[in-house]
Ligand binder design. Structure first.
Ligand SMILES: *Cc1c(COP(=O)(O)O)cnc(C)c1O
Length: 351
């Protein structure tokens, strides 16, 4: 079932090969290993992401270099990426924040010019498109997560898709202790002999998880439609609330809305994100904040000396963002309850 699921996801996105692993995090780690990240190497990452993105660089002894995001989309800003390139830079990890693909043409151009690997952390973006091209075909390697909150789930799980069969093979080996053949291949060949050729981990996923993943994959198109439908209800409802700014959606992308993020216009209105957050929680609305900029976490400050002002756009956005509930099983009634609650709370809290 692992192979069947790998092939199904690779085919869905249009990539040559897929390698399924125990989580999106282990998929990112294996990716950093496959492209040869070692101590001394720098990898440029977005601060507007879950910590796993940059942790994968650190697992390999590399140094994550945070480049700021675009103020309208909160996606990695290609110009900022270019500014951070040094002779030690080996790769860029783009994060398709909220399910909106990054500007892959520009990132590709920069990476090609400087001889860098382009990795996509597309844990939010399974099924998304950029200029009619699928996420999964836009970077050298693309990572998906099948954690329960993501578009499809295997309980825990992840996958790397790539057209580079050599890199795929390295990831396959890393997933299984660095052993050059797996149990299945040895059974097929009728042999007991195997070689461990490098240090790897047990990052395998199981057959029953992949059976679940396969059935989930069949439902993905409908689920994406529903997420987009909910997002357009929100867009329409909030367009008339001046204290709320919506993130920009580029015309040339197909956004899959892993998150629906609103930004409070704290520059013009005296709204306090903390108060709005608590008021919405009191209304029974499961709001959240994605994300605390990674470079502000104590681990990164202590280990890498990162601090506020490093990525001013991401830091300012962080003070203003709220994620609203969005998931395929959400009823119209619940969507309208969220809208009503947001309208009510915004009216009550302009101070
Ligand atoms: C979920 C997520 C991950 C990690 O995936 P897991 O499957 O939870 O390990 C990495 N990056 C981003 C952007 C994510 O949203």
């Amino acid at each position: 079932m692992v192979r069947v699921f790998e092939q199904a996801v690779a085919e869905f996105v249009g990539a040559k090969s897929g390698v399924a692993l125990s989580s999106g995090t282990s998929a990112l780690h294996a990716t950093m290993h496959a492209i040869g990240i070692r101590p001394g190497d720098e990898v440029i990452v977005s601060p507007m992401t879950f910590v796993a993105t940059s942790n994968a660089v650190v697992f390999q002894g590399g140094t994550p270099i945070f480049a700021d995001v675009n103020d309208n989309t909160l996606l990695l800003e290609p110009q900022q990426v270019e500014k951070k390139i040094t002779p030690r830079t080996k790769a860029v990890i783009a994060v398709d924040y909220a399910g909106h693909p990054c500007d892959y043409d520009l990132l590709r151009e920069i990476c090609d010019k400087h001889g860098l690997f382009l990795v996509a952390d597309a844990c939010h973006a399974l099924g998304a498109k950029y200029k009619e091209r699928n996420v999964g075909t836009l970077a050298d390697l693309t990572v998906f997560s099948f954690h329960p909150v993501k578009h499809i789930t295997t309980g825990e799980g992840g996958m790397v898709v790539t057209d580079d069969l050599e890199l795929a093979e390295k990831i396959r080996r890393f997933r299984n202790h660095g052993i050059s053949s797996d149990h299945y291949e040895r059974a097929e060949q009728g042999t007991w002999y195997y070689e461990m050729v490098e240090l790897g981990y047990n990052y395998r996923i199981t057959d029953f998880q992949c059976a679940l993943g396969l059935s989930q994959l069949r439902k993905l198109p409908c689920w994406i439609d529903r997420r987009r439908e909910i997002a357009s209800c929100y867009n329409e409802a909030f367009a008339s609330l001046p204290a709320i700014k919506l993130l920009r959606v580029c015309l040339n992308v197909f956004h899959v809305y892993h998150l629906y993020v609103i930004r409070l216009n704290t520059d013009k209105f005296r709204v306090d994100r903390r108060k709005i957050f608590s008021a919405l929680r009191e209304e029974g609305i499961g709001v959240n904040v994605h994300y605390i900029p990674v470079h502000l976490h104590p681990f990164y400050r202590q280990r890498f000396g990162t601090r506020p002002t490093l990525c001013p756009v991401a830091e300012a956005a962080y003070e203003q963002i709220l994620s609203l509930p969005i998931f395929p099983a959400m009823t119209d009634q619940y969507v309208s309850n969220v809208v009503t609650a947001v309208q009510k709370v915004m009216r009550a809290h302009p101070e």
